[in-house]
Design a protein around this ligand. Structure first.
Ligand SMILES: Nc1ncnc2c1ncn2[C@@H]1O[C@H](COP(=O)(O)OP(=O)(O)O)[C@@H](O)[C@H]1O
Ligand SMILES: [Mg+2]
Length: 370
């Protein structure tokens, strides 16, 4: 009699322990699955079910039946494989779960050896912790891409500027004629201008991404703005043998918005138009609309294919067209433009035909005056 009571109490203590453990691991946000030495499931929590996308795991189910892991090359791997010959915790951030519908989730997975023993003398097993790190992974990838684009784009202009400055120095030392020195200085100047434009894009981008951009409005004289831009970009256009025209609607009135952002957008449109046009012209037009002003930047350049037109406002997008790749660029300019357009309550659009030319347009409404 006494014997059975003891046994019963022992069993319920083990059951109690198990319940406590279950409620403890169920309070965790990471998926937890404990397996025995044969990688059969002993215990698991709700978060694990969520990650594995199933409702229930039968105790004793081989872990490999419910957790389909793949490596970087999408080759199947088993948890047993990952811990082979290791007695310490294994951590990986390079594996993914592959679901039956073909979708994949990036996984943080930690597999630690433990002694699982409800009474049975300390059976060896493993605790597997799973976490969805798809979001972190995409941030990492974006950061890597960013660093690679920026460092690559910085290299060429800095090398050219460096070479030209040292050349100019040499010529000056030898007291050679001025035209050669001015040529070198001009080259160096162009490259440094490109770099400062790029750094401007980057700082605008980082402020836009951190929602740090505010709208400071003022009355803009559109005539003056376009005339200034013409003066600023004419040398670049002429250097490529392109004409730069401006067309102004005589009915234009003052536009009340952010001068800085409108200018930034137009500068992006104009530099792109000059960059991606080899012959012909670039025309910047402004016309009055019921709510504000529409600006068009038209060029007779390489054009943008229908497929690319959908992507030009994406971060880092640059066309695969070899004529695009002949020029420096980060693929950030139009992305920044799209961000600024939102802040201005403006609308942006483009019309383009491959090998004929492109028109980028932005319609900017008047902001309410405070
Ligand atoms: N006026 C244009 N003519 C042809 N292609 C253009 C023009 N403007 C933009 N594009 C295409 O859109 C892409 C994205 O433009 P942008 O974000 O300014 O990047 P970037 O100028 O650094 O390449 C360019 O790489 C190019 O493929
Ligand atoms: Mg650009």
């Amino acid at each position: 009699m006494a014997k059975t009571t003891t046994k019963k109490t022992g069993a319920s203590i083990a059951e109690l322990e198990r319940q406590r453990l279950t409620s403890l691991i169920n309070s965790m946000t990471d998926g937890v699955v404990a397996v025995d030495k044969n990688f059969k499931v002993v215990i698991y929590n709700g978060a694990a079910l969520g990650l594995l996308d199933i409702n229930h795991i039968q105790e004793g189910t081989p872990l490999g039946d419910v957790l389909k892991l793949v490596d970087k090359d999408e080759k199947a791997v088993t948890v047993a494989h990952l811990v082979e010959k290791r007695n310490i915790a294994t951590i990986s951030r390079d594996h993914r779960i592959s679901y039956s519908d073909g979708s994949l989730v990036n996984l943080y997975i930690s597999i630690a050896p433990v002694h699982l023993g409800y009474g049975k003398a300390a059976d060896q097993g493993f605790v597997v912790v799973l976490r969805d790190i798809t979001h972190e992974k995409s941030l990492e990838e974006e950061r890597d891409e960013f660093i690679s684009v920026v460092s690559h784009e910085l290299r060429t202009p800095i090398a050219i500027a460096e070479g030209n400055l040292s050349n100019a120095q040499l010529l000056a030392e030898k007291q050679l004629q001025a035209p050669e020195i001015t040529g070198s200085l001009q080259q160096a100047y162009n490259q440094v201008t490109f770099l400062s434009g790029m750094i401007n894009d980057l700082s605008m981008l980082s402020r836009a991404e951190h929602n740090k951009l505010t709208l400071k409005t003022a009355d803009i004289n559109v005539h003056d703005l376009l005339n200034e831009l013409k003066k600023l970009y004419e040398p670049q256009a002429h250097e490529k043998g392109l004409a730069l025209h401006i067309r102004l609607d005589p009915k234009l009135e003052l536009l009340h918005t952010s001068q800085l952002y409108v200018r930034e957008i137009l500068q992006n449109f104009i530099t792109n138009a000059i960059k991606y046009t080899d012959k012909g012209s670039v025309t910047v037009a402004a016309k009055s609309t019921p709510r504000g002003v529409t600006f068009d930047v038209h060029d007779t350049g390489i054009g943008i294919s229908k497929g690319d037109q959908e992507k030009v406002f994406q971060k880092f997008f640059r066309s695969e067209d070899f004529r695009t790749r002949q020029h420096n660029g980060t693929g950030l300019g139009l992305y920044v433009c799209a961000k600024l357009t939102k802040l201005l309550d403006a609308t942006i659009s483009l019309d383009s035909e491959l090998n004929k030319g492109t028109t980028f347009s932005i319609t900017v409404p008047n902001q309410p005056k405070k």
